[in-house]
Design a protein around this ligand. Structure first.
Ligand code: 13P
Length: 320
């Protein structure tokens, strides 16, 4: 039932999160914020891994101990985001993820610092005439090449094909785009001889576009997400940990719980949330040392609620 904390925001994205609470984007503030998260008492009861941005993997906590040591003390396995972000695909509005060129060399360095697993995020947009199969192919090929390099370096690849929620598309369009991505991804992983027993899938849930006039209900999201996974994901995959993608904290928990209540599946279905785990803590922290305990409580509460959801044991009245 444990999940993964995604705290691998690039320096730029971390700056946006800090700006939302009026905090300047300095290395010291990023260190203070992430150090506050990692020293949350009892976090290891709910979280088994944390995906870091490169800066954090190399960074010390303000007290001089490394960030990696802070996680390991809680029994949390450190991981690292290894992709180098997105750029336009063939000058179109679609995008492709880069970072393969020096990945092999970087992997050796990350492993030496204690990283046991890695993440690569492909971004697929839904819009007028997109996604194209060509762009899906290019992104899924990069994911499969990445996964092979990481396994060759004795780490676990987390493969993240994210179909974005942005737009006014229907839940059906999200289902179709997600199905195409997963089908292509597993065929390419297979072609690259990637061991699925040593791979984690980090997918989006099948949800309506954020601007869609008709929003799918919690039970529709749960049913369609399970359908797309059952139809496209081989049963020998090690596990599935969803991204939250801009869902509210509560919906991300409710959706995960609804899926796990629907019965037995070939893989554990857990969470690897960024925003849906951190939002409450960020708002409570506000960059003030005196708010550390209340921020850690808010963070710990969300982690606990999501652990219960990963076991299908969450209920609204537990939210307090
Ligand atoms: P969100 O849960 O905020 O989508 O972040 C997860 C993640 O790792 C995105 O790459």
């Amino acid at each position: 039932g444990k999940g993964i904390l995604a705290v691998d925001e690039s320096t730029n994205t971390c700056g946006k999160r800090l700006a939302s609470i009026g905090v300047e984007n300095t290395e010291e503030n990023r260190q203070a914020y992430r150090g506050m998260l990692f020293t949350t008492e009892g976090l290891g009861k709910y979280i088994s891994g944390a995906i870091l941005f490169e800066e954090t993997l190399f960074q010390d906590h303000a007290d001089g101990e490394s960030m990696v040591a802070k996680l390991e003390k809680q029994g949390i396995v450190p991981g690292i985001k290894v992709d180098k972000g997105i750029s336009p695909y063939n000058d179109s509005e679609e995008v492709i993820t880069g970072g393969l060129e020096d990945l092999n060399e970087r992997c050796a360095e990350y492993a030496a610092l204690g990283a046991k697993f890695t993440k690569w995020r492909a971004v697929i947009k839904i819009g007028n005439g997109i996604p194209t199969q060509e762009c899906i192919d290019a992104n899924m090929k990069a994911l499969a090449d990445y996964a092979k390099i990481v396994q060759n370096n004795s780490m676990v690849p987390m493969v993240e094909p994210e179909v974005l929620m942005d737009g006014d598309h229907s839940v059906q369009s999200c289902f179709e785009a997600t199905a195409k991505c997963l089908k292509t991804l597993f065929s390419m992983l297979n072609a690259n001889d990637v061991s699925l027993k040593g791979t984690i899938l980090k997918p989006n849930m099948v949800v309506s576009g954020t601007e869609a006039p008709m929003q799918a209900s919690v039970s529709e999201v749960a049913e369609l997400t399970l359908k797309v996974l059952k139809e496209n994901v081989p049963s020998d995959l090690a596990g599935i940990a969803f991204l939250s993608g801009g869902q509210s904290d509560l919906l991300a928990t409710e959706h995960l719980d609804a899926m796990n209540k629907l019965g037995k599946l070939p893989w554990p279905l857990s969470f690897s949330y960024g925003r849906a785990l951190q939002q409450a803590a960020l708002k409570s922290w506000l960059g003030q040392g005196e708010n550390t305990l209340s921020a850690q409580e808010a963070f710990s509460h969300r982690a606990k609620m999501n652990r219960l959801a990963a076991l299908g044991k969450w209920a609204e009245d537990l939210e307090g």
